[in-house]
Write a protein that binds this ligand. Structure first.
Ligand code: SF4
Length: 207
């Protein structure tokens, strides 16, 4: 169990992230549009099956060794309407799902929540990456509006990237501290315990 106490290093980092996230610019709080760093229309490595990957613009976790530092500034990126993302997805009948990566999609939870819901209602599997921990998202979800994105996510890869724990490479995770969580099973347990999925030795379509 990660140490989320205010005294713990991770707890301190996450509380600081939360304080800073309260100062987000208004243009990132739009449920019709999102600010993105880019899109990969077909990927085999960002989740199970064939994925449409959307990289959110903006991240405040600043993990040392992050592979996508260009996604950190909130000022950059380009705006795209949520419904236009779905339109682009529909052009590829082979897609299994959408992966929301970053940046951190939870910094634009309104727009990415709407996108996750739209994708899910159109039959796509939804996988979301975040630098926050699942427990932290639950604890602060109400005040930060994180609930919709969490609710419409199937698999959540949580926690900051830890350079010291990047080896051995693990499927769909940057470092071994990150967990792949079955969100729906976790929430349905009532106890809201994270149900961690082991994808390390599976092959073929997983959804
Ligand atoms: S949460 Fe992800 S995008 Fe943000 S700094 Fe960490 S690794 Fe990079």
């Amino acid at each position: 169990m990660p140490d989320l106490s205010p005294q713990g290093h991770l707890g301190e980092h996450l509380e600081k992230s939360l304080r800073e996230s309260l100062c987000l610019p208004e243009n990132l709080r739009d449920e019709k549009a999102i600010k993105i760093a880019g899109i990969v229309e077909e990927s085999f490595s960002d989740g199970p099956g064939i994925r449409f990957v959307v990289f959110a613009q903006g991240c405040r976790h600043r993990c040392p060794g992050c592979h996508n530092p260009e996604t950190h500034p909130f000022a950059g990126g380009q705006k795209i309407e949520v419904r236009d993302v779905l339109r682009r997805m529909r052009k590829n009948p082979l897609l299994d799902g959408i992966t929301l990566s970053g940046g951190d999609p939870f910094e634009q939870a309104e727009g990415f929540g709407a996108l996750a819901e739209l994708a899910k209602k159109n039959g796509y599997h939804v996988m979301t990456y975040t630098g926050y921990l699942f427990e932290f998202l639950l604890e602060h979800g109400e005040e930060r509006g994180w609930g919709r994105l969490l609710t419409w996510t199937d698999l959540l890869v949580d926690g900051p990237f830890d350079l010291a724990r990047r080896f051995p490479p693990s499927r769909f995770r940057g470092s071994s501290n990150q967990r792949i969580i079955d969100v729906q099973r976790s929430l349905s347990w009532g106890a809201r315990d994270p149900r961690v999925v082991d994808m390390s030795c599976r092959h073929g379509p997983l959804i």
